[in-house]
Design a protein around this ligand. Structure first.
Ligand SMILES: Nc1ncnc2c1ncn2[C@@H]1O[C@H](COP(=O)(O)OP(=O)(O)OP(=O)(O)O)[C@@H](O)[C@H]1O
Length: 263
């Protein structure tokens, strides 16, 4: 039996004219149900490409992705994606953006059930007060929270987060990280998240997947984060286990796999 989410021997090549670049080579990863896995690696190594393959937005050149024993070959509501820049529809309110996804995924439920479920998910991210506001009328952090609520409302088997806090200021980012940690503890979601931020990776993850530089990027190292939950960012700042994990990721990124700017 394969893992809940199994990425098996995945290669991905892109061609431009006659030239072909192999971005990913032989990437294999097994993610357990309820696990929070973070992918970290230098810019351009292929993190988004890998996430897009799991999302079904791109197809692998070789290899396979299995989710709950089923092969992934197209996008589906069992894999909800949250991108760095919100992808909310600007003409719809926060409520309507979530409701649209709920109507699509739970078409068989009654109107009242879909309404309640939409409100429930707005409440999960503490955005009930902004239900009637459009994306242009709320802050970046609020938009990301609505995006997360929309993703959660679909009850996906796996939540795919592509640098969801990347465009936010440090304080908003910290607040959202805490919120995502607390939601994951309550809901037990399986999460695959991309980040560039070492502290974010250590704070949130059960396991960090460190990728080598591209082209032909692959998984260089896996690091278990044995910190008990719930996690408190202030207490962890001086925790020797936290500091050791942080150091190991830094060493991988800045000593063993230093980023070399293309000439
Ligand atoms: N559709 C595409 N066509 C051609 N090349 C692509 C395509 N998508 C990605 N690439 C190339 O694949 C490589 C990996 O890109 P990708 O966006 O997956 O990296 P990344 O690690 O997520 O980068 P970043 O951290 O900067 O977001 C890059 O060299 C990029 O130019």
């Amino acid at each position: 039996m394969s893992a809940y989410l199994a990425i098996e021997n995945v290669d991905k090549s892109f061609s431009r004219g006659a030239a072909e670049t192999k971005v990913l080579e032989d990437v294999s990863l097994a993610v357990e149900k309820g696990e929070f896995v973070t992918i970290i690696g230098h810019s351009g190594c292929g993190k988004s490409t890998l996430l897009n393959i799991v999302a079904g937005l791109t197809t692998a050149t070789r290899g396979v992705v299995l989710l709950d024993e089923r092969e992934v070959n197209a996008p589906g509501p069992d894999r909800a994606v949250v991108f760095q820049n919100h992808s909310l529809l600007p003409w719809l309110t926060a409520y309507e953006n979530i409701r649209l996804a709920v109507d699509k995924v739970f078409a068989g439920a009654s109107r009242a059930e879909r309404h309640d479920w939409t409100l429930h998910n707005l409440g999960l991210v503490q955005m009930t007060h902004a239900r009637d506001r459009r994306p242009g009328e709320i802050s970046g952090g609020m938009k990301q929270r609505i995006g997360i609520a929309r993703a959660l409302a679909m009850q996906p088997k796996v939540l795919l987060l592509d640098e969801p806090f990347g465009a936010l200021d440090a304080l908003t980012r910290a607040h959202l990280q805490d919120q995502v940690m607390s939601l994951q503890e309550t809901l037990g979601n399986t999460v695959m998240m991309i980040t560039h931020d070492v502290d974010e990776a250590v704070l949130l993850s059960d396991r960090i997947v460190m990728m080598t530089n591209g082209p032909r990027a692959t998984i260089g190292e896996l690091l278990d984060i044995p910190l008990p939950r719930p996690r408190d960012r202030v207490a962890l700042a001086a925790d020797p286990v936290y500091l050791d994990c942080r150091q190991r990721v830094l060493q991988f990124l800045y000593e063993r796999h230093r980023y070399v700017e293309a000439a």
